[in-house]
Design a protein around this ligand. Structure first.
Ligand SMILES: [Zn+2]
Length: 332
C-alpha cells in the first residue's frame, strides 16, 4: 500500500498500529509509526524532511480519521525530527535532554548538512571502494532530501518532556513512552505497546543496516539493548530497515559484541585503529547497508575502550566532543 507520497510505505502491524517504512527514493530516510490509541492518535518520529512529515501527517489522518494528537521524538537527530512541525501534532513529546539538544543543535546541524549534501551526492558514484547500488539508492534519497529542506526550517522541540516513563492511555490501547537513557544518542526514547507485543525503537535498532553509533555510548547501548530485549516484544520497528521479529534485537547485540571483541583484541595486540577496517564485516553483517559505519563503529569502540580503561578515566572522559566526521555522518 503506497500512501506515503513516495517517501514511505504503510505496513500494518496490528489493528490500528501502522509502520511507515522509509522508501530509499523518498525524503523520509527513517521509519515512523502511526498508532491509534482510541480517542487520540500517536505518531512516532517525523522523518528527514517537512515533505515526508506532511505525508506522514496525512497518512495518520486518513488511517485514524482524526488529526495527530501526540508526536513522540525518539531522539534529536535530524532524520527523525525535521518533519515534526509538518506532521501537525497537537503536542510533541520527548525527554528534557532531547529538547535541550534540539534547541542547541538542530539549526547548526541542518546548516552543516546543507553545506555538504551537494558534494556528498556527487561523490556517491565515485566513492572508493565503490558503494553498492542498494546503498547508493538510500544515500541518494538522503542527500536530495537534505537539499530539498528549507535552510530556515524550525525543528519543533518537545513541549511535554519526561525523564523515564510516560503512560498514554487511549480507549483502545495504552502506550508506554520510555527512556532507558542514551545509547545511540545522548537520550533515546522508545514506545512500547504491551498489549500488541510491539516496540517502536527509533535508532536503538537498525535492521539490515550498520548502526550509527558515534554520537552515543556503546556500553550504554549494550545495557539498553538488554533492557529492550527484556520487554519480550514479538515485533520491533527499527529506525532504519524492515520490521524486525524477536531475533532483531539479539542480532544487533551480537553485532555490538563483535565490535567490542574485535577492538579489544586489536588493543591487546597494540594495533593502531587504522588497522581495524582492513577486513570487511563478517557474516551475517556483510550484506548490511551503511557499510561505511562499520569502520567508524570499530574505531569508535576502540577509542571508547581506551577511555573506559579505569573508573576514574571513565568519569573524566565520558562525553567527548564529536569529530567532524561523526557530526556529518554519525548523527543518524
Ligand atoms: Zn539517529
Amino acid at each position: 500500500m503506497d500512501a506515503g507520497g513516495g517517501h514511505f510505505r504503510i505496513e500494518p502491524l496490528a489493528d490500528g498500529v501502522y509502520a511507515a517504512i522509509a522508501e530509499p527514493s523518498g525524503f523520509g530516510l527513517c521509519n515512523a509509526a502511526i498508532v491509534d490509541l482510541g480517542g487520540t492518535t500517536l505518531v512516532f518520529d517525523a522523518m528527514l524532511t517537512p515533505q515526508a512529515g506532511a505525508a506522514l501527517g496525512k497518512a495518520a489522518e486518513r488511517l485514524t480519521h482524526r488529526p495527530v494528537g501526540v508526536l513522540v521524538q525518539s531522539h534529536y537527530h535530524g532524520d527523525h525530527t525535521r518533519g515534526t512541525a509538518a506532521v501537525g501534532p497537537l503536542q510533541v513529546v520527548s525527554t528534557r535532554r532531547v529538547r535541550e539538544l534540539l534547541l542547541e543543535r538542530a539549526r547548526p546541524h541542518l546548516a552543516a548538512d546543507l553545506a555538504e549534501a551537494a558534494t556528498e551526492l556527487e561523490r556517491l558514484r565515485t566513492a572508493s571502494p565503490p558503494l553498492r547500488d542498494d546503498e547508493i539508492a538510500v544515500y541518494d534519497g538522503w542527500f536530495r532530501g537534505i537539499l530539498a529542506t528549507p535552510p530556515d526550517l524550525h525543528v519543533r522541540p518537545p513541549e511535554l518532556t519526561f525523564e523515564k516513563e510516560l503512560l498514554l492511555h487511549g480507549t483502545k490501547r495504552s502506550a508506554r513512552v520510555v527512556s532507558f537513557g542514551g545509547g545511540h544518542s545522548p537520550s533515546d526514547v522508545l514506545v512500547h505497546l504491551p498489549e500488541d507485543g510491539i516496540v517502536l525503537l527509533g535508532d536503538l535498532l537498525f535492521v539490515g543496516f550498520h548502526p550509527s553509533m558515534a554520537d552515543g555510548d556503546p556500553s550504554e547501548l549494550r545495557r539498553i539493548l538488554a533492557e529492550v530485549r527484556g520487554l519480550g516484544a514479538e515485533r520491533a520497528l527499527p529506525g532504519h530497515g524492515p520490521v524486525g521479529d524477536r531475533t532483531a534485537v539479539p542480532e544487533l547485540e551480537r553485532y555490538v559484541r563483535h565490535l567490542f571483541d574485535t577492538a579489544r583484541r586489536a588493543r591487546q595486540r597494540g594495533d593502531a585503529p587504522e588497522s581495524l577496517a582492513r577486513t570487511p564485516p563478517p557474516a551475517p553483517f556483510h550484506g548490511w547497508k551503511f557499510t561505511r559505519f562499520y569502520e567508524e563503529n570499530l574505531r569508535f569502540v576502540h577509542a571508547h575502550l581506551g577511555r573506559t580503561a579505569g573508573p576514574a578515566v571513565q568519569r573524566a572522559a565520558r562525553r567527548p566532543g564529536r569529530s567532524r566526521s561523526s557530526r556529518s555522518r554519525g548523527t543518524r
